[in-house]
Ligand binder design. Structure first.
Ligand code: NAI
Length: 533
């Protein structure tokens, strides 16, 4: 069902092709600006009288801000606006070679509109929908030429966000998808191909970013401000999940989750959260209603992240084994004047059993197990797990989860070490997968599953998540650098501890983790042979 299998045509959309944009709301206005910036003559139509002219006025105001900041010259603005013409009726869109629709998100409205366009425009017009959730196959089913219909999913604000998802329905001609892809690239966008499946790429792969934070909160693993601070300070994300949900609006975010959940026949992986449902029921929709996870009413004071109080810095630590992805921590500790003793047995293990001893505490990188369980199996009651960081050399914050058995002195030793190395420390409850580790593993799992189901390529997942929602790194390349076996191990732990389908690993992640192990064995064997020669 990949787009390559459909018959291919040789469409090319030249820089001077006429582009029609239908719907002059938030998205239509932005898309019209993008097309006009690229030099196209643009026809803008909205069913509501005066809406297109109003959109042009808003655009002019926005462009004036660019001029005021020295990012644009007045002549450029004038030329750009002169390229956009308001159409008074659908029939005036006849000369368009590409029509991009951004009207209300309703199947029958979009079907009617494209049906009308088929009799107004030429037979080789490309019809594109900016739908964020409706199946392209379903829209196409009402058309005479569904092969000419493609999804062109921009992100808000369209002039700023880089990503365009190019979506193929069952009937979409691969040549049509390719020409829209090339056009988007020529506009300076990052395009990705995807099949028309629920949530496409971004709205599917991003679900765990919200879902895991909501789950940690529901279990009392940590609080709202601390989870947001950790996702930013340790994970390098620009916004925490709760801040982002408040910005998007809980009505929208919850509706997208429910729509993806239902579209996948209630797959537990996408199960919505009762906490978020409650906010929607209460009308606490986020910033737009001044209340959500945070309170935005004038004078409101929101509780800050819960940070551990200052503890004494240690003189030295003892390291056992290769810390793998967390190895740069040691350099950071040394730079803080802490002696790092012990053997760093590079390649001896994958960091699973590697540990740092500081005072009476034993620190290990989170592997998805409960710290309390690891304390029992290792015979180290003072075990404290530390969470994942995007980059241990740069992270400003870290979460620590002490085992229930750990004594207060050991916890203070662990906190003091990370504080001395320049981290803000947040002590969280002993929950499996901690905060960032479970988030990243679940994002990567969803990405691998999309690839497994031939929705898109591995590269497309990473491009989409960076370009569409500003992730600091593509989740699949991040998981590969963390180690796919480690990622799989975390998911298997979560699946076992919760006994829930939600955490089942994608078969592709499992296969790729095996491939990683095989490659590792071959590398070690090669190195040994090299050493013997
Ligand atoms: P909006 O409500 O701001 O604008 C929609 C516009 O379409 C309105 O001006 C309305 O008068 C006009 N309209 C409605 N029916 C029409 C018709 N039959 N013919 C011509 N014009 C018509 O909506 P928004 O947010 O711009 O969304 C538009 C589409 O883009 C939806 O399909 C939405 O799912 C999708 N989308 C929205 C994003 C967002 O962040 N707002 C992001 C990506 C996609």
């Amino acid at each position: 069902m990949s787009h390559q299998q459909n018959q291919s045509s040789t469409d090319t959309l030249a820089p001077q092709s006429v582009i029609a944009v239908i719907g002059a709301g938030t998205m239509g206005e932005g898309i019209a600006q993008v097309a006009a910036t690229a030099g196209h003559p643009v026809l803008l139509f909205d069913v509501m009288a005066g809406a297109a002219s109003l959109a042009l006025q808003r655009m002019a105001t926005g462009l004036q801000r660019q001029i005021d900041r020295g990012r644009m010259r007045a002549e450029q603005r004038d030329a750009l606006l002169a390229r956009i013409q308001v159409a008074e009726s659908l029939s005036q869109l006849a000369p368009a070679q590409l029509v991009i629709e951004a009207v209300v998100e309703r199947l029958e409205v979009k079907q009617q509109l494209f049906g009308d366009l088929e009799s107004i425009c030429s037979a080789n017009v490309i019809l594109a929908s900016n739908t964020s959730s409706i199946s392209l196959t379903a829209i196409g089913s009402a058309l005479q030429r569904p092969q000419r219909l493609v999804g062109m999913h921009f992100f808000n604000p369209a002039p700023v966000m880089k990503l365009v998802e190019v979506i193929s329905g069952l009937e979409t001609d691969s040549g049509v998808a390719d020409s829209v892809y090339r056009l988007a690239e020529s506009w300076g966008k990052q395009a990705v191909h995807t099949q028309s499946t629920p949530g496409f790429i971004v709205n599917r792969v991003a679900r765990p970013f919200y879902a895991e934070a909501l789950r940690v909160l529901q279990e009392g693993g940590s609080d709202i401000a601390s989870i947001d601070a950790l996702i930013k300070g340790a994970g390098g994300f620009r916004m925490g999940p709760f801040e982002l949900m408040d910005l998007i609006g809980h009505d929208i975010n919850y509706a997208v989750t429910c729509s993806v959940f239902n579209a996948y026949y209630q797959d537990p992986r996408f199960k919505p959260s009762l906490i978020q449902q409650d906010l929607v029921n209460a009308g606490h929709l986020g910033r737009k209603s001044e209340r959500g996870f945070y309170d935005y009413r004038p004078g409101a004071v929101n509780p800050p992240a819960t940070l551990a109080g200052p503890q004494q810095a240690p003189d030295s630590v003892r390291v056992e084994g290769d810390l793998g992805p967390a190895a740069t921590l040691l350099e950071r500790m040394q730079a803080a004047g802490i002696s790092v003793l012990g053997e760093k047995g590079e390649g001896e293990d994958e960091g699973e059993s590697a540990l740092i001893r500081v005072g009476s505490a034993v620190l290990q990188l989170c592997n998805g197990e409960l710290s309390s369980a690891r304390a029992v199996s290792s015979g180290e009651p003072n075990l404290v797990q530390f969470d994942l960081a995007l980059d241990y050399a740069q992270a400003t914050m870290i979460a620590l989860a002490p085992a229930d058995q750990a004594d207060a002195g050991a916890i203070a030793d662990a906190v003091g070490l990370f504080q001395a190395a320049g981290f803000e420390v947040c002590l969280i409850d002993d929950i499996p997968g901690m905060v960032l580790m479970r988030t990243l593993c679940m994002l990567a799992n969803e990405g691998f599953d999309a690839v497994n189901q031939r929705v898109c390529s591995e590269a497309a997942v990473d491009i989409a998540m960076q370009g569409g929602v500003n992730y600091p790194r593509g989740p699949l390349s991040w998981a590969r650098s963390l180690g796919l076996r480690r990622c799989l191990g975390v998911l298997d732990q979560l699946a076992g501890i919760y006994g829930e389908e939600r955490y089942r690993a994608s078969p592709l992640l499992r296969r790729q983790a095996l491939a990683e192990a095989v490659a590792e064995v071959a590398k070690v064997a090669n190195n040994k042979q090299g050493a013997l020669r």
